[in-house]
Design a protein. Sequence first.
Length: 182
Amino acid sequence: MDTAILKAQLSSKLFPEPKHDGKTKLASVLVIIYGSEPKILMIEKSRHLNIHAGEIAFPGGKWTEDDVDLLDTALRETEEEIGISIPRDKVIAQLENVTTLNSGYTITPFVCIIDKIPQLKSNDEVKSILHMPMIPLLHTLDDDKDPSHQSIQEMYTFTFNDKIVWGASARILKHLLNRLAI
């Protein structure tokens, strides 16, 4: 899929201002799509983390009051976790918020499309960096409902090699898929 087509199908207005009520925990992630045969960059979180240990996720993290907005959070956290600096003007879209079940975060996903990925260096929060072919990954959608999670209407999984993407990350991928004509 051509990157111009991707940009046309995905581009949307950004609303990065945190809507903080004092109770909601906010986070944001960056969905990085790159290459002429588009790939999605994801991470496998380290097993030593207190929450989301070992999960397949997008780079990103918790909003802090030092962050200008949620886009700033996603860009800062991405650079901290995998060593890539993405300029704000490369971010072309914002997807629907998703909420994590076990940690209670409301996650705002932002999307950027870049030509290529430089050499990446992960920090100790990241076990591995995954470069997933986008179209084949999105075609692995399994939307069978998990009966143990009946409280959430959107329970999906995607598969990459031996890795299962589930939870909030899978819901973000499903929102991405919903915008694409594939």
